[in-house]
Design a binder for this molecule. Structure first.
Ligand SMILES: C[S@@+](CC[C@H](N)C(=O)[O-])C[C@H]1O[C@@H](n2cnc3c(N)ncnc32)[C@H](O)[C@@H]1O
Length: 187
């Protein structure tokens, strides 16, 4: 999932964060993007990796894709694979998986509002879900922090539309950069 330029960009965004940064990822799957972010972090930084780890998505196209994967894996969750990948790269201390629906997790982690340096959103790709994710998670990012999205301008046109609308509504201060379908904004 994700191209090499996108992976490199996540690494770069994470490398630009201060030591000990707080990071949230919404949609971690097997941990590829999480590992590239973790690789760029410094000091006692931490990533809350929010995912139901079951591919439970309201985006029908995605749900079918996840189902095919789970059938071939013979598993009902990618949590174990996520943890194995993360540990194999020596990042185990950096990640705290939050096994939850995105919006429920936003409530659970409510004490982090306004404190997070970087959020990467790559969860449910329907328009309504992406719009709800922006509303729920943008308030977590501290002033000057970064929020980035995967699949902007991709086949997931609901994601593109939700991000366009949020941009037009002035939710983000400026565009930080773009790498293929990742777009990053400063808050
Ligand atoms: C495209 S994958 C993430 C890929 C990962 N970021 C990467 O690049 O390696 C999307 C993930 O979002 C999760 N997801 C979808 N809808 C969600 C929701 N409402 N709450 C939590 N996780 C969700 C799925 O389980 C899936 O693991």
């Amino acid at each position: 999932m994700g191209s090499f330029p996108e992976r490199g960009y996540l690494f770069q965004l994470a490398s630009d964060l201060p030591a000990g940064a707080q990071v949230i990822e919404v949609g971690s799957w097997m941990g590829a993007s999480t590992c590239f972010i973790a690789g760029g972090l410094k000091g006692a930084a931490k990533i809350y990796a929010v995912d139901n780890f079951q591919g439970l998505s309201t985006c029908g196209e995605d749900a079918a894709w996840y189902n095919r994967h789970f059938q071939s894996l013979g598993k009902a969750s990618t949590l174990e694979i996520f943890q194995r990948n993360f540990s194999a790269l020596g990042f185990a201390e950096r990640a705290e998986p939050v096994v939850s629906d995105s919006l429920a997790a936003a409530k659970q982690l409510g004490n982090l509002k306004g404190t997070v340096d970087f959020i990467f959103i790559d969860g449910d790709h329907s328009y309504e879900a992406c719009q709800a994710d922006i509303a729920a998670w943008a308030p977590f990012v501290k002033r000057g922090g970064v929020i980035a999205f995967h699949d902007f301008g991709s086949r997931a046109d609901g994601v593109t539309r939700a991000i366009f609308e949020a941009t037009k509504a002035g939710r983000f201060a400026e565009i930080v950069g773009v790498a293929n379908t990742i777009i990053a904004f400063r808050m």
